[in-house]
Design a protein around this ligand. Structure first.
Ligand code: CA
Length: 223
């Protein structure tokens, strides 16, 4: 999953980016409102963390304009302590949640996970496809009784598949949601990763959980 952080305090933005990357998220940073809005409009982010007090354009303006353009990306606004008005305005302009600065990182992570599962019909934190089960909280993946060990990027890709079962995911979509702008990989990188993930999650003698659609992309199916 890929997250946009719009935050002008460079130190805080860097801490958030590092922390989220450690959890396997792809992360881009915008340091002012204009840049944030531009990036949000041109890249398919899964979630946006939006500070309110920003140079050029406030977070409230950015949020309002994105919603006016029908962008449905979940937005968490970051507000200063004691600014009840900011929180109210933030939610009124279309943000989904808010977090008061300074915040505890585990709380930020929990709110991100809650928003990412909002659109899923099954609200339980665990996701499953057939006998493959992923717990985004503990980051444990199991196939039947077997615990599967995945690298951070393998986990990110598999999570994207499991959040979109039966949907055709193109290489571009997979790249856009699993890697950020610092990504500078080979064109066949996705295929290499899919091969590694299949080796880990598939059951011997059965067809792969990740189906290839020639020339189009991949689809996760329950077998
Ligand atoms: Ca700020």
């Amino acid at each position: 999953m890929r997250i946009l952080v719009v935050e002008d305090e460079k130190h805080l933005a860097d801490i958030i980016k590092r922390g989220l990357r450690e959890q396997g998220y792809a992360v881009d940073i915008a340091y002012d409102g204009d840049q944030g809005q531009y990036m949000a409009e041109t890249t398919p982010y899964d979630l946006i963390l939006l500070d309110i007090l920003l140079p050029k354009k406030t977070g409230l303006q950015v949020c309002g304009e994105l919603r006016a353009k029908k962008a449905a990306t979940p937005i968490i606004i970051l507000t200063a302590r004691d600014k009840v008005g900011d929180r109210v305005q933030g939610l009124d302009c279309g943000a989904d949640d808010y977090l008061t600065k300074p915040f505890a990182f585990p709380e930020l992570l929990a709110r991100i996970r809650a928003l990412l599962r909002r659109d899923m019909t099954d609200k339980s934190p665990k996701m499953s496809v057939g006998t493959l089960v992923m717990d985004p909280v503990t980051r444990q993946v199991t196939q039947g009784d077997k615990v599967i060990s995945l690298t951070s990027k393998e986990f990110t890709l598999l999570e994207y598949f499991m959040r979109h079962p039966n949907m055709l995911l193109t290489r571009t979509m997979l790249e856009q949601h699993a890697w950020d702008y610092e990504f500078d990989g080979e064109s066949n990188l996705i295929d290499v990763y899919i091969r590694r993930i299949r080796n880990k999650i598939d059951i011997k003698g059965r067809e792969s959980l990740i189906e290839t659609t020639r020339g189009a992309g991949y689809r996760m199916v329950s077998r």
